[in-house]
Every structure is written in structure tokens, then in C-alpha cells.
Design a protein around this ligand. Structure first.
Ligand SMILES: Cc1ncc(COP(=O)(O)O)c(C=O)c1O
Length: 350
């Protein structure tokens, strides 16, 4: 079997591969714009105000990407040489090109986040008291929700709050890489404000499950956002008529949150079909839009396998040695899931 619908491929590599909807393209075309570095872009101002209102924070600022939003947060919360407690499997630690060290100049202290959220005990034991002159001055705990490499795991509000409160009791601030925070909120039927209120700053992506072509938002107090604005400028992220991007972001934020549950349903179906095919699907307590599974032992070359699937029109994410990640999103439906599993079975000759 070779998959092809309307000349396109089944792209399960990530929820970042989506095409803007017609409503987004229309909004971009019509967006009123101004110079955002002067604070003059009405579309950008509307997006930032709406995001702050939605998350219940004093202010919000647009970032070109999730990576830039996380970096702006680190630079705004920390001085060079400060310690940051950070999940050892977190995106900020592993997947942001070393910017924690190379640009922010902070010292990451690893905490176990293999189940998604560090426990209060693991936070306490990773923390070195700032009173001791030998130690880095630790100022921040960085959390991730949903947690990507733990399996797209959403962190329940009470678990998340317990970690944040432990950090606060140690005098730390809390930043959340909430690239997919709306997935967590939708999954638990929670209000995203419940997460934001536990943190000092939270970054979320418009360009993942929400389907916008670009952009992230960093939320926090008005003072924090003003610091972040200066950091963004220093990073080259001050853009001019960026209301073009904001207009699509507004459509994403207003109209696309409600459909995330569909991605979760499709991912659950995908996990069960792969499992039925005998594949070792990583089990998670809660599943949002990701499925990780292991290739069987007789496949020695992951790249060769993903290449074989790609030639049949199915794109998969290689997440390590014989570890595959598949992500559901607005461009994929139940039929896509069933077709993808058929391609995988054929490529494995199951
Ligand atoms: C959890 C998480 N945080 C941050 C990012 C970075 O976002 P961006 O690719 O927009 O820089 C990603 C990207 O996939 C992510 O999965």
C-alpha cells in the first residue's frame, strides 16, 4: 500500500507541520498592522491582550518561536551564572541548541522528569542552598507541560501545583514551557489559568496543535514582560509589521483550542492500533496528541525504516535508536490514523 490523498503525504512527524486554515490566511491578508517594536501594531496588541486575558496574567508578549520564548524567560528571570532546576528530558534542556548555556549563561541542575513532572522531593534534593558561596545562586525551576519526550504527557493541575509550590518554598521562581499547555487544559477539562496562576511565567506555542504558521506567547507580570521585551530585542526578535503573524495567531487561539480533543482521540486510536499490531507502544497515564513506540528488534536501522515509510507517503519522527514518535494534529483524521498503521504494518511486513 502506498498512501496518497490529494497529492499530500500523511505527516505524523510533529504538530508543527500544519498548514494555516483559510480563516488564518484571510485574517493575515486583512490584518491591520503597524510597527510592533514601537508597540504600534494593533493586531499584535490584540493578540497579546487576548492571550494575557486567557491565561489570567497581567501581560503577554509575542516571541518568534517557543525556543525564543523560553530563552526570553530565562534571560528575564536569571542573571548569568544562576542555577536553574530543569528536567533532564525537557525540551529546554535537550532541544534548544544549548542556548541555556551558550546564550543565557545559566547553570542547569538536572531533575528527574521521566514521568513528566519533577516531584517535590526531586526538586528539593536537586536544590543547592544559595547561602553557600560555593554554589550557584539557584533562582528558577523550569517545568514543561505537556511534557514532550515523556510522551506528550499532560500534568494534572494538582501535581503541577505541588512542584511549583515546592520551588516557591525554596525561594525559586517558576517558568513553564507550556508549548502545548492547551492540550493539558483540554485533556483535564481545566482552565489554563489554573496552570498560569501557579507560575511566574508561561510560554505557549501558537504553531503546534493550535495550527498557526508561526509564533509563541510569553505571559507573566507587566514588569516581567517589559524585561522580556528588552531581551527579545537583544535576540533580534523585535519584528515590525508582525501583526500579519498575530492575525493568524488570534484565529488559532480563538478557534482551534476547542478541537484539540479530536487530536487526543486520534492519538488514543493510533496507540491502540499500533499495540494491536504487536508494537511496543510506550504507555503513559494520560495521552494527548503523541504516541511513542519502539521498533521491533529485527529493524536495525531506524532511518532505513522511516525512509521506507516515507516512500509510501507516511512521515514519522525518529526520536532515538528504534524509538518512533507520531503526533496527531489538525491535518490528520481517523482515516489518516488507520492508513498510517496499515503503512507501518506493511513496512514491517507484519
Ligand atoms: C515542549 C516544547 N517546547 C518548546 C518547543 C520549541 O518550539 P519552537 O520549535 O517554536 O522553537 C517545542 C518544539 O517542538 C516543544 O515541543
Amino acid at each position: 500500500m502506498s498512501y496518497e490523498r490529494e497529492g499530500s503525504v500523511l505527516d505524523f512527524r510533529s504538530d508543527t507541520v500544519t498548514q494555516p486554515t483559510d480563516a488564518m490566511r484571510e485574517a493575515m491578508y486583512r490584518a491591520p498592522v503597524g510597527d510592533d517594536v514601537y508597540g504600534d501594531d494593533p493586531s499584535m496588541n490584540e493578540l497579546q491582550d487576548y492571550a494575557a486575558e486567557l491565561l489570567g496574567t497581567e501581560a503577554a508578549i509575542y516571541a518568534c518561536s517557543g525556543t525564543m520564548g523560553n530563552l526570553m524567560a530565562l534571560l528575564s528571570h536569571c542573571e548569568r551564572g544562576d542555577g536553574v532546576l530543569m528536567g533532564i528530558n525537557s525540551h529546554t534542556w535537550k532541544n534548544e541548541a544549548g542556548n541555556v548555556a551558550g546564550i543565557a549563561g545559566v547553570m542547569p541542575f538536572p531533575v528527574d522528569d521521566s514521568s513528566g513532572c519533577p516531584t517535590p522531593e526531586s526538586i528539593r534534593s536537586a536544590y543547592l542552598p544559595s547561602g553557600n558561596v560555593h554554589y550557584a545562586h539557584t533562582t528558577l525551576l523550569a517545568l514543561e507541560n505537556t511534557h514532550n519526550s515523556a510522551g506528550g504527557v499532560p500534568i494534572p493541575v494538582d501535581v503541577f501545583a505541588a512542584a511549583a509550590r515546592e520551588a516557591r518554598s525554596l525561594g525559586l521562581k517558576v517558568h513553564v514551557d507550556g508549548a502545548r499547555i492547551f492540550d493539558a487544559a483540554v485533556y483535564f477539562g481545566a482552565d489554563v489559568k489554573e496552570y498560569a496562576s501557579e507560575a511566574d511565567s508561561i510560554q505557549f506555542c501558537l504553531s503546534k496543535g493550535l495550527g498557526a504558521p508561526m509564533g509563541s506567547i510569553l505571559c507573566g507580570t507587566a514588569g516581567f514582560v517589559e524585561r522580556a521585551r528588552r531581551r527579545r530585542k537583544a535576540l533580534g526578535g523585535g519584528q515590525r509589521q508582525s501583526g500579519i503573524a498575530a492575525a493568524a495567531g488570534l484565529v488559532a487561539l480563538r478557534d482551534m483550542r476547542g478541537r484539540l480533543a479530536e487530536d487526543h482521540k486520534n492519538a488514543a486510536l493510533l496507540a491502540s492500533l499500533l499495540s494491536d499490531a504487536g508494537l511496543a507502544v510506550e504507555s503513559v497515564t494520560h495521552r494527548t496528541n503523541m504516541v511513542y513506540f519502539a521498533l521491533p528488534g529485527f529493524i536495525s536501522d531506524t532511518g532505513d525504516f522511516t525512509g521506507r515509510c516515507a516512500r509510501k507517503g507516511l512521515l514519522l519522527g525518529a526520536a532515538g535508536e528504534r524509538r518512533i514518535r507520531m503526533v496527531t494534529h489538525v491535518g490528520l483524521d481517523e482515516r489518516s490514523v488507520r492508513d498510517a498503521v496499515d503503512v507501518i504494518k506493511e513496512a514491517l511486513s507484519l
